[in-house]
Design a protein around this ligand. Structure first.
Ligand code: 5GP
Ligand code: MN
Length: 348
């Protein structure tokens, strides 16, 4: 999908960025491939345009998306809160990428918002609620990285795409489209991917880093989740996997090890929605949802689990025990009974 950026707003931003500026770029808590790809894609572009740029994240992120240029410059608020605060305070302009609610940066919210910098949101989640001066929100877009691609050209139409920027943007488009297969993937997006590859960037390196760098623990953990923990609720064409802290410990869990697990049950013929419940250190349960077709997990996450996201990929949280969470999930399934039992699902 080709986003149309408001020309007046772009002109204002362009004027503002004609001289070197102090810029901060940030993204959501526990960033994924699209979050880090858009963060570092824009970081590398703006740095090449002589700006003083700081990339700040609210938490750590997986090793398998830590290969992009600029990764060693990223400031993790959890490790360096004072430095993060200083850079937000000094920034003349702050870019908020790949999230639509301030609470998605968790504890970093106040230092991100309480300053005089111009705020720019670039995002593909529905209904942005961040208080910002410029909001570029395109929920039809498959990835924030796709928007960053167009945003760069909106700012600088004669830009010659560089392979370092291209690698970042490719990563986000690839991870947010399930390797170019979800319904959000369009012919226009394929054309962007082609333009990124024209820079000579190494796509094999990216796929290997994202997909072929599991530790032995991680792949055995995946096996355990699918063999021993996956529950199927046939009547509702649904599946869930619940994981306690003890189970995560048993497999020496590292950040990112649960990523992707929620997708597997959708490989089963007839399964239309899948949930992953992970016990959190501070109590409560973190939830990931995925679906195929018409069923909106965003709606379920919003109504029942204090969350949100996209139509087919959403998340939320539950304050209570795992058993209570599963019970609450079953009530949610019952609430959507007509939709879930009805959707042209095959018998499983
Ligand atoms: P994941 O399952 O990969 O953590 O998240 C999938 C999508 O759900 C993300 O793109 C994000 O938009 C959304 N999401 C995940 N957790 C939350 C949450 O706690 N609140 C909201 N509003 N959205 C979430
Ligand atoms: Mn995204």
């Amino acid at each position: 999908m080709i986003p149309v950026f408001n020309p007046t707003l772009i002109k204002e931003l362009k004027n503002f960025l004609t001289e070197p500026r102090k810029i901060a770029i940030t993204t959501h808590y526990k960033p994924d491939g699209d979050a880090i790809g858009s963060l570092l894609g824009l970081y590398n572009f703006l740095t090449s345009q002589k700006h003083k740029v700081k990339a700040i994240v609210p938490s750590d992120y997986p090793e398998f998306i830590s290969f992009m240029k600029g990764n060693d410059k990223v400031i993790n608020y959890e490790n360096k809160p004072k430095q993060a605060e200083k850079y937000f305070r000094e920034a003349e302009i702050i870019f908020c990428l790949d999230f639509n609610e301030q609470s998605r940066v968790e504890a970093m919210q106040h230092i991100m918002m309480d300053n005089s910098a111009i705020k720019v949101v670039i995002d593909h989640h529905i209904e942005p609620q961040i208080k910002a001066d410029y909001v570029f929100s395109f929920p039809q877009s498959c990835a924030t990285c796709e928007l960053i691609y167009y945003f760069i050209y909106a700012l600088k139409s004669d830009y010659k795409m560089k392979s370092d920027v291209a690698e970042c943007l490719y990563t986000g488009i690839m991870t947010d489209t399930g390797s170019f297969r979800f319904s959000s993937m369009t012919a226009d997006t394929h054309r962007i991917v082609a333009a990124l590859m024209d820079t000579g960037m190494d796509h094999v390196k990216i796929h290997e880093s994202v997909s072929d760098t599991f530790t032995e623990d991680r792949i055995r953990f995946l096996g355990y989740c699918l063999r021993d923990k996956m529950q199927l609720i046939h009547a509702f064409h649904a599946s869930y996997i619940s994981l306690s802290l003890t189970e995560l410990d048993q497999f020496n869990h590292q950040t990112g090890d649960t990523e992707g697990i929620v997708n597997y049950p959708l490989n089963i013929k007839g399964v239309k929605m899948s949930a992953l419940f992970t016990e959190k250190e501070d109590g409560g349960v973190k939830i990931s949802f995925r679906s195929k077709g018409n069923f909106s997990v965003r709606d379920m996450a919003k109504k029942f689990f204090n969350g949100g996201g996209h139509h087919n990929a959403a998340g939320g949280r539950f304050d209570g025990s795992m058993d209570e969470c599963v019970e609450h999930f079953i009530s949610a399934l019952k609430y959507y009974k007509t939709e879930l039992m009805d959707i042209d699902a095959l018998e499983i």
